[in-house]
Design a protein around this ligand. Structure first.
Ligand code: ADP
Length: 374
């Protein structure tokens, strides 16, 4: 019988595991939050991932559990592990992707370079940090943030009063130095259950309004040192945190050549979508191999450059499907991926990958194809 992989979460990341699962001969099942989600193409159960009975029921029917997101509560994950279910990444690793304060403390232990940071509970504590960091900082809610929600640049402690007031006993906010970065990068690695690790080339990510807009792989003008340091950081975090599956490490590059860790994702990640078409082994296939404890695949790029452009919002009128014909006809070298989601302002509804020898050409074609879906 085929190994059965259960994915908790029915979004586009689960959806994009479906095709590689078929190729690998794995059976993919999805626990989706609602009917008709992106991953509904696979055998899908619908239920609340916070409800232990629901998750336990789903887990009974598979051999390994993995995720489309990092929001499954620790007590649910730990109950599954206690039941003897294989959960990858496991709760011990996932806690560092679920809580940015827990992550900062652990990365400090591991000696990984990161922005100056502190846990703050009061206006006075926050102001003290700002005063020690040129009067500015980035305040973050440790849990539940995504796409820049839960992140705020402040120049006075009072600007975070609403978040400080909402803290309940024992909770704290994370504050970080405002890093004067020259660009953002992402390093992906995969770690197999039995320990093998492979690394992808470090990529450049471009964010707009806190959301990833474009990715260039590999990162242009990356020195040998940058490539090596980013890979070392990725490997040591995967090892140090015992991550299983894909790990994405979001990084800042500063003008004095420092590489600092911003945050972690323990699943396939937007910064790795390029690899579906631009690397020998795409991140979705790699994630499945890693969590199913199969040998990992080569990460080498298939072309000098790959560019990924997100389709955000989608067409103001009509469906993505209606735009497909024109985009494919005009840009036959573009690989267009759609998520089966209804268009909505700012929503990630698809992306375009283009690979080639010339970076400017690849950027042009990827953007021109994506524009068809605006
Ligand atoms: P999310 O979890 O919502 O993705 P992040 O922590 O990645 O939030 O922050 C979102 C964006 O805010 C980052 O991509 C970066 O552009 C900016 N940012 C976050 N932390 C800092 C920082 N310490 N200094 C400067 N910019 C930051």
């Amino acid at each position: 019988m085929a190994l059965r992989v259960g994915v908790i979460g029915g979004g586009q990341l689960a959806r994009m595991m479906i095709a590689p699962a078929v190729e690998l001969g794995l059976e993919l099942r999805v626990l989706a939050e609602a009917d008709g989600m992106s991953a509904a193409l696979a055998a899908t159960a619908v239920g609340d991932y916070r409800d232990l009975d629901v998750v336990r029921d789903f887990a009974q029917g598979v051999d390994v559990i993995t995720f489309d997101h990092e929001h499954v509560p620790q007590d649910v994950l730990r109950a599954l592990v206690a039941d003897g279910i294989a959960v990858h990444p496991g709760p011990d690793a996932l806690q560092f992707a679920q809580d940015k304060l827990v992550m900062r403390a652990k990365l400090a232990d591991l000696g990984v370079p990161q922005p100056d940071w502190a846990a703050v509970r009061t206006r006075a504590e926050l102001q003290e940090f700002l005063d020690a960091h040129h009067g500015a900082g980035v305040v973050k809610t440790p849990r539940g943030g995504y796409d820049g929600k839960g992140v705020r640049v402040v120049r006075a402690a009072a600007e975070a009063d609403d978040w400080l007031d909402a803290l309940v006993d024992g909770d704290a906010l994370l504050v970080e130095e405002l890093v004067p970065f020259v660009r953002e990068l992402a390093q992906q690695v995969a770690r197999r259950v039995s320990g093998e690790i492979v690394a992808y080339p470090v990529v450049e990510t471009v964010q707009r309004d806190g959301v990833c807009a474009e990715v260039i792989a590999p990162a242009p003008a990356a020195s040998d040192r940058l490539v090596r340091v980013a890979e070392d950081i990725g490997r040591s975090i995967a090892e140090g945190l015992q991550v299983t599956g894909m790990l994405a490490v979001e990084l800042f590059e500063t003008d004095d050549d420092r590489i600092l860790v911003n945050e972690l994702a323990m699943r396939p990640h937007n910064s790795g979508h390029w690899s579906q078409d631009g690397a020998v082994t795409g991140q979705f296939e790699q994630h499945l191999r890693a969590v199913a404890d199969l040998p990992l695949g080569t990460t080498t790029p298939r072309a000098a450059w790959s560019v990924m452009v997100n389709i955000l919002g989608g067409p103001a009128e009509g469906t993505m499907g209606e735009r497909f014909g024109a985009a494919m006809a005009e840009h036959p070298s573009a690989k267009i991926h759609t998520y089966g989601k209804d268009p909505r302002p700012g929503r990630k509804v698809g992306h375009v990958n283009v690979s080639g020898d010339d970076l400017d050409d690849a950027v042009y074609v990827a953007r021109a194809a994506a524009v068809h879906f605006d």
